[in-house]
Structure formats: C-alpha cells, structure tokens
Design a protein around this ligand. Structure first.
Ligand SMILES: [Mn+2]
Length: 310
C-alpha cells in the first residue's frame, strides 16, 4: 500500500502543519498502516541535561525536507508503505515507570530520552507474538545503557538494555551495540553487556579501520539472519560535532554519514520496530541533531522497504 504525500510543488515543504516527513496524520488516514510514527515527549529518565521532551517536535520540523525516495537504497518508501504520523503518545512527565506503562502500543518512535525505548521494544515484541527467544537488537549509542540503577531508580535512560533482557523481550546473544566510547562511572558498567553475550563495536573500531568495522556489522547481520529485529538509535552515537543537541554528549563518535551507513547495513532485515531518541533541541546548533535524527528515522523505514520489495 502506498502513501500519498503532498506535492512539494503544490504545498511547499516550508508550508503546512509539520507531521513526520509530511505523512498523513493517523486521524486523517484510513485503513491499516505499515509504519506509524509516534513522538514520545518524555525526558524524566535523563541523568544529565534535560530537554529531550522537545525532541519529537524538533525532529518533525527537521523532517520536512526529508524526501521519500532513497538514492542509496533505491527505494521509495511512500510507494511501498502505508505510512502515518500518530502524533505524540500520552506521557507521565514525573514518573519513568508510569511512563513506560502509558507508552505501550506503537511501532516507530521519536524520543524522548532513551528510557522510552523499553516501552517500544516491549510493544514490538508483543506484536511479534512474544517470541520466546526475544528480538534481535541493534543499538547505536555512545553509552552501554545497561547499568542496574541510577539514584536507586531501576528505570532511566541508562538501564534500558538490562531491563529489556530481564523482560525477555530481547536476546542479548543477538544484540549488537555500535559506537560506545569515552568514560564510564566504573568499568563494571561493561560487565552486564559482556557477560550476557552482547556484541560490541566501539566507536574506536570505526576510526581505526572503518571497512573492518563495517564487516563486523555485516557478520552480525548474517548471524541474526531473518530474526525479528529492533533498531534503537540514540543520536549521541554521532560525535557532538555532528549531534550537539543531546543530553549526554561524548566526544569521539561516528560521523553522520557513518551512522546512516550502519543503519543501511540492515537493509532487508526483518525490522519489527525502531526508535530514534535523545534529541535535545535546546542544546542543538542550527537544528543539525534533529535533522540527523529525522534522516535516521527515514533510513529505518527505508531498510524495511527494501525487504518488502525484494
Ligand atoms: Mn542511550
């Protein structure tokens, strides 16, 4: 099923109310949809600079110039998919745990801080019929996001992966973390990811030998084969020079181009859900972080479109 997007020559890209990529609003669209984009304006799980609650609006605004036909993947997402923007999920601004219960039923999320991913991963897992082995997972992130508790809180943007493994909705042995770097509170923060069997390709691997790092990504891709896959992109995976508008920036990250290429590496995978999180517009410069997030969200839809047309 296709999506009718407004012509940029009839309604210019700088005109009209901003939905993601100018998709129809869900309330205006009929029938079933392949991808529904939601915002989750929540940043109550943030440990440093707050402000990601304004991320969805900024990403929608930046997405007005993201067009549906991909040069790299040679696919037009609007011709392949029925797409809609459902607006923003209900949120509980003061409670991370309550927020997770409110945000439960969507497919493609725009954060919000990274804590919202747990709700979206759970929802994707349930939509897949709760596979006992859990979903395969790719996380693009400067951080490992698997500490047990922060200020005694089990739910925050720093604990997503640990909670998702405990829930059984992801398979740590089919989980790939891309882009980790910089300092940790303690090296113990790496123990959970390592001991649970996650694969990591730190940012330094891309700087040392980008081709070899890309091959490691492809090896993971081959290993998960056709497993249902969830992709989570924390925009801080990109270097602060490319993505300054985020709450916990770490130097030494990927370029925008390298980040987008890692998403495209999963073209044709069985993608069952995705999110792009941690855009903090108040710290952004010329909207470049929101623009990158909008492009990543588009690439997630495009890699799935490749699979549907193959
Ligand atoms: Mn994160």
């Amino acid at each position: 099923m296709a999506t009718e997007l407004p012509s940029g020559r009839v309604q210019p890209r700088f005109a009209g109310l901003a939905t993601f990529m100018r998709f129809p609003r869900l309330s205006d669209a009929s029938g079933t949809h392949d991808w529904i984009v939601y915002g989750i304006p929540f940043d109550g799980g943030t440990t440093f600079h707050p402000g990601a609650r304004f991320g969805p609006r900024a990403v929608r605004e930046a997405s007005q110039y993201v067009k549906p036909a991909s040069i790299e993947l040679q696919v037009d997402v609007a011709k392949v998919f029925s797409l809609a923007d459902a607006g923003d999920a209900p949120v509980a601004p003061f409670s991370c745990a309550d927020n997770l219960d409110m945000v439960t039923d969507f497919a493609k999320a725009l954060g919000g801080d990274h804590s919202v991913s747990l709700a979206n991963i759970r929802a994707a897992w349930e939509h897949c019929g709760r596979p006992a082995s859990g979903l395969a997972l790719v996380v693009l992130d400067a951080h490992v996001d698997s500490v047990d508790r922060v200020w005694d809180e089990p739910f925050s943007h720093a604990s997503v992966l640990r909670r998702a493994v405990e829930d059984g909705c992801i398979d740590p042995t089919r989980t790939l973390l891309i882009g980790q770097r910089g300092g940790l509170n303690t090296l113990d923060d790496l123990v959970f990811a390592r001991d649970s069997g996650m694969t990591t390709i730190p940012a330094a691997a891309f700087h040392a030998d980008a081709a070899d790092a890309a091959e490691q990504v492809q090896a993971f891709r081959r290993r998960i084969a056709d497993a249902p896959l969830y992709l989570s992109c924390d925009v801080d995976c990109a270097d602060p020079a490319f993505a300054p508008g985020t709450g916990t920036p770490v130097c030494g990250g990927l370029s925008s181009g390298d980040l987008l290429a890692q998403v495209r590496a999963f073209a044709g995978a069985q993608l069952v859900g995705a999110d792009v999180v941690e855009v903090c517009p108040a710290r952004d410069v010329a909207g470049i972080t929101a623009l990158l997030a909008a492009h990543v969200a588009f690439e997630c839809i495009a890699i799935d479109a490749v699979g549907r047309t193959a």
